[in-house]
Each structure stands twice: as structure tokens, then as C-alpha cells.
Write a protein that binds this ligand. Sequence first.
Ligand SMILES: [Zn+2]
Ligand SMILES: [Zn+2]
Length: 373
Amino acid sequence: MASKDYYELLGLQKGASDDEIKRAFRKLAVKYHPDKNQGNEEAEAKFKEINEAYQILSDPEKRAKYDQFGSAAFDGSGGFGGGGFDGFDMGGFGDIFESFFGGGGGSRRKNGPARGSDLEYTITLTFEEAIFGVEKEISVTRSENCEHCHGSGAEPGTNSKTCPTCGGAGQVRVQRQTPLGSFVSTSTCDTCRGSGKIIEKPCSHCRGKGNVRKTRNIKVNIPAGVDTGNVMPLRGQGEHGQRGGNPGDLYVRINVAPSKVFTRKGNDVYIDTHVSMAKAALGTEITVATVDGNVKYSVPAGTQSGTMFRLKGKGIQRVNSSGKGDQYVKVIVDIPKTLNKEQKEALYDLMRASGEEFDEANAPKKKLFGKNK
Ligand SMILES: [Zn+2]
Ligand SMILES: [Zn+2]
């Protein structure tokens, strides 16, 4: 394998400064970037070469070895023997490239804009609040951009400079020697903690963090018909983003306390109503509680215990739509648990009138012409 001249590849002289190397690489990388040279194999090969050159020359330790032994030290054909530097990631020029150009679109740049985290808040509503809707104010503590420094972390009027350790990338490449070879990994820059910038005078309000914890009272308009488990997203009400990133969302999780009167299933409401044995047999008009107030309902003669009536449209408003659920009324016919003498007599009379067989000896003494009681 021919010895490569990394300096020549970058158009430099031996002894070029770190800045010169960086500038040369940046210029050539833009020129030969695969995005700009789609399908051009020559450009792709050139791009890999300059990337390789940069990886060696930008690392002081590798550069020293290269200066002493040439590229043979890195390709496993001599110099340091088979083990050499065969571990470095030739295919993966992504990291270096991202550090210079923000990954092409800027989105994957580690020190680029970062969206704020989403927050979750659980609110408990009464049954009535849930079915009719309510405006609530909730108190949320979140990270917000510091108003004093507008999130930069630098005291207004002072400058921040590009981090000299990582060159503004926010990340550094770390090489580890292992028995299997050497591996290059990327880690957050310690000097700037990933921001890519060194702040000369930290902001006096946020002490350089760029964000502060704030407790905000946020009005939440809860629509009619919500139920336990519903989640309302409040866009942009989560933690603020970093470095100009969008804020996260606030998810309000709804919990509804049960009603003492009604049982809710979706948008339908269930209620039990008690009717006496006689009224169930004879038919009767009853008053039924609904979520919108009392209504009259005619229970027809001969209604059996357990019969379910449907009051159409008397249920709960559907969230964000027209229409309501129904109310189901279950009739429970009460069998008297105790009977006075007159009630007993009346029931025996009922049995007699129905032609039922029974033991007359158990019946209360019949009134004779209404005289003896
Ligand atoms: Zn600040
Ligand atoms: Zn740094």
C-alpha cells in the first residue's frame, strides 16, 4: 500500500497549524461532499481520503505518529504492526462531518436546537365538571429560557467564544486502545459541556445555564364530556427548548371522581330506580334524575324488576362533537320486607282474586262485615 501524504491531500505543508488543517478540511469537505456529488465515485473516494487525512492530522497523537512513520503506521502494513490503527471508522465520517456542518440539515447536530421535554400533569375533576366542561388553572413547574440572557447563558453585553477543545462541535472524538484494536467514539466535550461555546461571563440570573425553573399557572379549558384516561395535549406548554429549539408539550391527564348518583359508561349514564310492587303492577309515573335534571317517566303496568328503560339523548355530551349518550334506567321492584296486618290482608285478597292456592289457616282472620277487628 502506497504511503499517503495526508498534508498533500489537504493541500497543506507539513507543520501546518491546527486551524489551517481545520480550514482546509472544511473547504474540501464542502467541495467533495457526497450530497453535492451524487453518483460521483471519484468525489466519494476523494471525500473519504480527505476525511481520513483529517482524522489523523486533527489528532495530536496520531499526527505525531504520522509525522514520524507516515501513513503506514495507520494502514496495518507496517510501522506499528498489524494492531495499529485499523480500528478507526473510515466509513463513519458522520460525526466529524456533523461537527462541521450540522449533519447536513442541522437537525442531528448535538449542540444544535433541542426541543424541550414534554410534561405530564394529572388533574382530578368532579363528575359534574367532567360532563359539563370546566376551566381550570393548573400550576406547572417547568424549565424556561432565562429572560435575562434569552437562553444564551451569557451575561448580556458579554461575548461567548467557540470552544477551543471541540472547535464548537460540542463533541470530541476519543480513541481507546483495546486488545482487539483501537476504537474511536464520540463523547460530549468536557470543556463546554456540549454547548460548543465558552461563556466569558455567565448570566447573573441563571448562572450560565440559560434556563430557569419557573412555576406557571396555566388555564386549561376542559371540554364537556371528558372521562378518566383522556389526555389533553397543550402544545408548546412543556419545558422550553434549548438553543432555540421548540418547547415541549404539556399533557393534561384527566381523572374523574365517581358520582354518588350516576354510573358512567362512556357517554351513557346508568341509574337504578325503585318502584313498589303495586305500582310496578299497576303502572306509574316516576321522577328520574338525569345529568340535566329530573325528568318524568311513565313506567307501564306490569313492569318486571330489572327492566331497563332508555332515555335517548339524556346521557353525556360527546367531547368536541354534537350529540349525547343515553341514560339507562333500571327499574327495581321492591318486595316489602315487612307487612302490617292490612297489607297482609290485601295480599291474601289479591291471591284469592288471582285464584291462587294457599292455606287459609295462615291468613289473617277475615273481617266479618267490618265489625270485629
Ligand atoms: Zn440567563
Ligand atoms: Zn467544547
